[in-house]
Design a protein around this ligand. Structure first.
Ligand code: ARG
Length: 598
């Protein structure tokens, strides 16, 4: 038998609770408190099951732990009478301290000593395994996550940056919820633009430049040959011919392309690593087979959904208000849409996924809904497992020297703006061992937090000064909060090592601001679950700010250094270290590396 967990050894002495399906008290101790509330209410109002009541236990507002809105249960009779029954039934115990009736609501206060003990023990125990906040709801399920997906030889624009940031977050999130995650980077590595580059490379290409920085060099060639194509229509004709050879598998047309692709991927890999982003597979439009692209066209023809326009084939989705879209060009070459259709089918055959998510800008809403629709029309019963996670535009992103077109320019700019910012505080700057690395990390944190702070669908304006300031709700502020919490052990060595959790006297934590921190820590597993439902990183960002604010308001009153009562100082230190662990977990979930020093 395995040793009982810290938390269950504490709950052993508490009034027993029924198990509510879907809850995991061993990972989210607030589930136990909610169950206690549900049990009380269902005992007072026997027509309701514990499960029914449980779904109605919400977080309270302003100093209230949990609240139930009674009308939601649609019970016959008056709300006041139901409330009265609950109050009559109520006996304070180790779970619930108090119940107040206010109009339609019942407000519950949890028992403070139990709250501290259970939450801190759970954070302590699960953080040691990097598991606090995780749950097992996705056990046995597989999700394919496609994100970033830039186009080789074109610019890596902010749209790709957003996809990268949000996608990396979703990959972490699904893993935290027990899913098996396969992450894909679906490169734009196919299409007429490669015909253009092939033509352009003969004139403007340099092997040396290519090896130095493939992404940059191919882009330069692309820009030049595009300018030529504007003046000379022959260039486009040549390009199309070349791409046709590629599509037909002409080896001589593919050699160079292969090198371009490989060198670009290598470069991207380095840059993603700096962003703390990984992919299981780099795939691309080039890898989608012909078979299903042809079959799609066939099946849709049989369904009378294909229109012919001067030799080009279009799928007619007007019935579903999705317009018409080209599936195959006149010269027989495939296009973006068809590749997505074929690609999805191949991925299903390969992975048999429970869900597949495409993280793509909302500018492509129509494209995504068109190809999802086509798959549905083709009769694939898994078509409803596809999901588009979209997001709005980023306005005005540029470096100080001009418009940013490459990912590495964005990273460099973030690092250098941050570096300057840090230098302003000379004394502090001198104490940082590796200012270059630290400034890059904080800079990237600033970019990511700005990107994930609001609902995905909102557009936002890129602003270096605002996102890299230590004041206000910014990435640097969160890193600072984490660093400050990390410094606690360094600054109070005489309190270390902390005794084992059962020997720490949490009853010495009496300040409301300490309780607020603990309650927030307890709510983190719920924050993770909500994020899985909404696919919004903003909830996690908001949580990180709330926690940091709560810590900063406790900092002056709930002191560790200077507290004469050693036991009290230790209990406080434990609270702060737990807070550091949870803030760190939230940042990691957001793909950010929490810093220990700055
Ligand atoms: N490479 C595309 C672009 O930059 C994004 C690809 C999105 N994914 C997809 N399966 N269509 O616009």
């Amino acid at each position: 038998m395995s040793t009982p967990s810290l938390v269950s050894s504490y709950t052993a002495n508490l009034p027993t609770l029924p198990h509510v399906a879907g809850t995991e008290p061993e990972r989210c101790v607030l589930d136990s408190f909610r169950t206690a509330i549900a049990k009380l209410v269902s005992e007072a109002l026997p027509s309701l099951t514990v499960e029914q009541v449980y779904t109605g236990v919400d977080y309270g507002k302003k100093g209230v732990d949990f609240t139930i809105a009674l009308p939601r249960f649609r019970l016959p009779g008056k709300v006041d009478e139901h409330a009265k029954k609950v109050l009559e039934k109520f006996q304070p115990d180790d779970w619930i301290e108090n119940v107040v009736h206010d109009k339609n609501f019942l407000h519950f206060t949890l028992r403070t000593p139990t709250l501290f003990r259970l939450i801190l023990s759970q954070v302590h125990e699960l953080s040691a395994k990097s598991e606090y906040g995780t749950n097992t709801s996705g056990k046995g399920k597989k999700v394919i996550l496609e994100y970033s997906s830039p186009n080789i030889a074109k610019s890596f624009h902010v749209g790709h940056l957003r996809s990268t940031i949000i996608g990396a977050f979703l990959a972490n999130l699904y893993k935290a919820c027990g899913w098996e995650v396969v992450s894909l980077n679906y490169l734009g590595d196919w299409g007429t633009q490669f015909g253009l580059i092939a033509v352009g490379f003969e004139k403007y290409g340099s092997q040396e430049e290519l090896e130095k920085d493939a992404i940059k060099h191919l882009f330069e060639v692309y820009v030049k040959v595009n300018a030529d194509a504007e003046k000379d229509p022959n260039v486009k004709v040549e390009a199309a011919k070349f791409f046709k050879r590629m599509e037909d598998g002409d080896e001589s047309a593919l050699v160079n392309w292969r090198v371009w692709r490989e060198l670009s991927v290598k470069k991207y890999e380095e840059e993603y690593a700096r962003l703390n982003v990984q992919f299981d597979h780099y795939i691309g439009e080039s890898m989608v087979g012909k078979e299903w692209q042809d079959k799609a066209l066939e099946r849709l023809s049989e369904m009378n959904l294909i229109d012919d326009h001067e030799g080009a084939k279009l799928v007619n989705l007007e019935k579903w208000k999705m317009g018409k879209a080209v599936l195959r060009k006149k010269d027989g070459t495939s296009i973006y849409l068809t590749r997505d259709i074929g690609g999805a089918i191949e991925r299903y055959e390969k992975y048999k996924f429970d869900k597949m998510i495409y993280v793509v800008a909302s500018q492509q809403d129509l494209h995504l809904s068109q190809f999802f629709k086509v798959l549905e029309l083709m009769g694939f019963d898994w078509a409803n497992r596809l999901e588009h996670v979209n997001y709005g535009l980023v306005l005005g992103m540029s470096t100080r020297k001009g418009t940013a077109v490459f990912l590495d320019q964005i990273i460099k700019e973030a690092a250098s703006v941050m570096h300057e910012q840090m230098k302003k505080n000379e004394e502090k700057y001198k104490s940082v061992e590796n200012p270059e690395e630290v400034s890059q990390e904080i800079g990237i944190t600033g970019v990511k937090i700005q990107d994930m702070a609001a609902k995905r669908i909102n557009n936002y304006t890129f602003n270096w000064d605002r996102m890299l300031s230590f004041e206000g709700d910014t990435g640097p502020y969160l890193q600072y909060a984490h660093v400050r919490l990390s410094s606690i052990s360094r600054k109070n060595p005489e309190l270390l090592p902390l005794p084992s959790p059962s020997q720490i006297d949490t009853s010495l934590l009496t300040e409301p601001s300490a309780r607020e921190i603990a309650f927030l820590l307890g709510s983190y597993p719920d924050v993770v679950k909500t994020a899985l439902k909404t696919h919004e990183p903003s909830g996690v960002v908001t949580f990180a700010f709330r926690l940091s604010h709560a810590i900063s308001s406790a900092w002056e009153t709930v002191v560790v250094k200077g507290e004469k009562d050693v036991e009290k100082a230790r209990a406080r230190m434990w609270l702060y270290l737990c807070a550091r662990d949870v803030l760190g977990a939230a940042l990691r979930l957001l793909s950010i590396k929490p810093l220990e020093r700055m």
